[in-house]
Write a new protein. Structure first.
Length: 421
């Protein structure tokens, strides 16, 4: 029987015993990977008995790969992710002093993992800096391959910088560079295709999960031809491809202009009652405030790469921090998907038992959902709710909670397994 997941006619076909490549990761990677796998294996067995099982296959990247093979990202690792489609990874340390800009970015670029999905939810009992964390239920769709993360930069003092500066000044007539001789430059590419596939994935996700809205987060008031174009292309796509299932704020403004505010308000209420996904937009700095003050107004967020970086970390802080924040990098067309811990390598606590495996566990739960193994995913969610409610946590959360019980990394995983009811 095949152990390879396939994409057939646009749909994922997952065997009962798929091989899942995993990268242990650097720093605390070795501390959290084993416990996370134990939790997932227990949930799969609880849900399906012996009929389904993940066969873990270790592949290498980062420091461990460098010691084993002499390279930070071996070809065999990329080949494994391509062969088996779905994989998972711990945190990776970016090489210092040369080489690739980021191992994480490299994997996203090589496999064209154009969506970074970051769901944000609160678990009862977890400390939060906001008053009503239970009202936070957001799903970030961050474009993964364009924007500043494309890595197109020219350092001051280098020949390419000089050529680029001269082109801007002499050929393009740019006169707004304040200190041209001492400026470095970065280019921010935003394409129609990249914008459309990101927004398409976000809207499909909202429709499938019956979520009420998609918010296009952008800085189009300043960057009119990049972020502004992203907003417009996203509205175009929503109206063209999902016209029967969505209602956009742009349509709302047209009704308001033609018929007045009362008719616009009525049309919006009718759209909500009929179950249509409301597609709206918000400028990035305003959204950072909005998400704190009115988190219930936003469910799916579609945004460019840099904005998504800011938004992801703020929303994670609202529900307990990045230590329990999951993430996935997905290409919905090819089926390639790598799920990952969203925090850093934390080498200062590696081997101490202090690391929180929550981010990697929840990322693996996202992986189960992507595979269609939702029963197993629910066992983990439910068990984590019980563990947090009992105030049993690792050191990062223990420091913020009165009367909590301190657990090691492994003990926290054991507690989740014991609470799979």
């Amino acid at each position: 029987m095949t152990k390879k997941t396939k994409i057939v006619n646009g749909k994922l076909e997952v065997p009962n015993k798929p091989t899942i490549p995993f990268i242990e990761g650097d720093g605390i990677g070795k501390d959290i990977t084993g416990p996370s796998q134990r939790v997932i294996d227990a949930a799969v067995f609880k849900a399906y008995g012996n009929s389904k099982k993940i066969e873990w296959k270790e592949v290498f990247a980062g420091e461990k790969a460098f010691h084993e093979t002499g390279t930070y990202l071996p070809d065999e690792t990329v080949k494994a992710f391509k062969e088996y489609l779905i994989g998972i990874k711990g945190p990776l340390q970016t090489p210092v002093g040369g080489g690739m800009r980021s191992l994480n970015v490299a994997l996203r670029q090589i496999l064209d993992l154009y969506v970074c999905v970051r769901p944000v939810r609160w678990f009862k009992g977890v400390p939060s800096p906001i008053r009503y964390p239970s009202m936070v239920d957001m799903h970030i769709f961050r474009e993964n391959t364009e924007d500043i993360y494309a890595g197109i930069e020219y350092m001051v003092g280098e020949e390419k910088n000089k050529k680029f500066r001269e082109f801007l000044v002499n050929e393009m007539g740019v006169d707004k560079i304040r200190f041209p001789e001492s400026s470095s430059f970065g280019i921010k590419p935003i394409s129609k295709e990249g914008s459309e596939r990101l927004t398409r994935a976000a809207i499909k996700y909202a429709i499938k999960r019956e979520l009420p809205s998609v918010t296009i987060v952008h800085k189009g008031n300043i960057m009119k031809f990049t972020e502004g174009a992203f907003k417009n292309w996203s509205y175009d796509l929503a109206e063209k491809e999902f016209g029967e299932q969505t209602f956009t704020w742009r349509q709302l403004e047209e009704i308001k202009k033609d018929k007045g505010q009362l008719d616009a308000d009525k049309a919006l209420e009718e759209a909500k009652k009929s179950g249509k996904v409301i597609v709206k937009d918000c400028i990035t700095d305003a959204f950072l405030q909005e998400s704190l003050l009115h988190p219930w107004d936003h469910s799916v967020i579609a945004t460019m790469n840099l904005n998504g970086d800011y938004v992801s970390d703020q929303l994670a802080a609202m529900v307990g921090g990045i230590g329990i924040s999951p993430g996935a990098n997905i290409n919905y067309k090819s089926g390639y998907a790598i799920f990952e811990a969203t925090h850093g390598t934390a080498p200062n606590i590696a081997g101490t038992g202090k690391a929180n495996p929550g981010s990697l566990i929840l990322s693996a739960v996202m992986m189960l959902e992507y595979m269609g193994w939702t029963d197993a995913a629910e066992y983990v969610y439910d068990a984590m709710e019980h563990v947090f409610a009992k105030r049993k946590v690792t050191s990062d959360l223990h420091a913020q909670m009165e009367g909590a019980t301190l657990l090691t990394t492994s003990e926290f995983a054991d507690a989740i397994i014991k609470n799979m009811h």
